[in-house]
Design a protein around this ligand. Structure first.
Ligand code: IPE
Ligand code: MG
Length: 211
């Protein structure tokens, strides 16, 4: 969900205001995606690289994730199941504070019964860390390292292959996001920043996925 900072800068607002707007927009896009019968929506909320940002900005983004994972009532009304993927909280280098961990666990548990769209939030997520972990876990389980053993040891092995990747804010590149899972995916690039990404853009991305 790229471009929150640019969205704010263009309006003479602090970057944090852009992140707040981005969180609101995610809630809106989830509602639209449900009406479009999207089965799986996976968003990159915070990466393993993002911790180096200024402390006040990181703290603000953490608070927004608590708010996001706190939208349980809304998500239950939409029949949306929440999942999280990222570095396990107990691994070296993982820095997710306890209050965010609690919000994540609660959202996952309290929406587990829902049968509609699966919303996965990647938080403290990096594709390379995920793949290293998958290879280590496969070996720990006594499996030979193969495509299927790695697939089975990803953070969320149940996620289906990705149909379309959306990159907002004019960045024409892929970052450290689901590199294993996006093989064969379409890529939808848009100049719009994440807070500006609306229903029409989602529909265009979905059309690309179906083409
Ligand atoms: C995305 O917006 C939010 C996070 C990475 C957490 P950015 O913060 O990357 O916004 P830009 O790229 O500076 O515009
Ligand atoms: Mg950015």
């Amino acid at each position: 969900m790229d471009g929150n900072g640019r969205w704010a800068k263009r309006r003479g607002l602090p970057r944090t205001a852009g992140h707040t707007e981005g969180e609101e927009n995610l809630a809106a896009i989830v509602r639209v995606a449900v009406t479009r019968n999207v089965g799986w929506l996976t968003v990159f909320g915070f990466s393993t690289e993002n911790w180096v940002r200024p402390r006040t900005e990181v703290r603000h983004i953490l608070g927004l994730h608590r708010r996001l994972f706190g939208r349980v009532e809304e998500l239950n009304q939409l029949n949306v199941q929440v999942k999280w993927m990222g570095r396990p909280f107990d691994t070296p280098g993982a820095r997710t504070p306890k209050y965010v961990q609690r919000a994540i666990r609660k959202a996952v548990a309290d929406t587990a019964q829902n049968t509609g769209m699966v919303l996965t939030v990647a938080f403290d997520y990096g594709s390379r860390a995920e793949l290293v972990q998958a290879a280590l876990d496969a070996r720990r389980d006594g499996e030979i390292v193969s495509e299927s053993s790695i697939s089975n040891h990803l953070y969320l092995p149940e996620l289906p292959p990705v149909d379309v990747v959306v990159r907002t804010s004019g960045e024409r590149r892929i970052s450290n996001f689901m590199l294993w899972q996006i093989v064969g995916a379409r890529v939808y690039f848009t100049e719009r920043t994440w807070p500006e990404f609306g229903a029409a853009e989602l529909d265009a991305a979905l059309a690309l996925a179906a083409s």
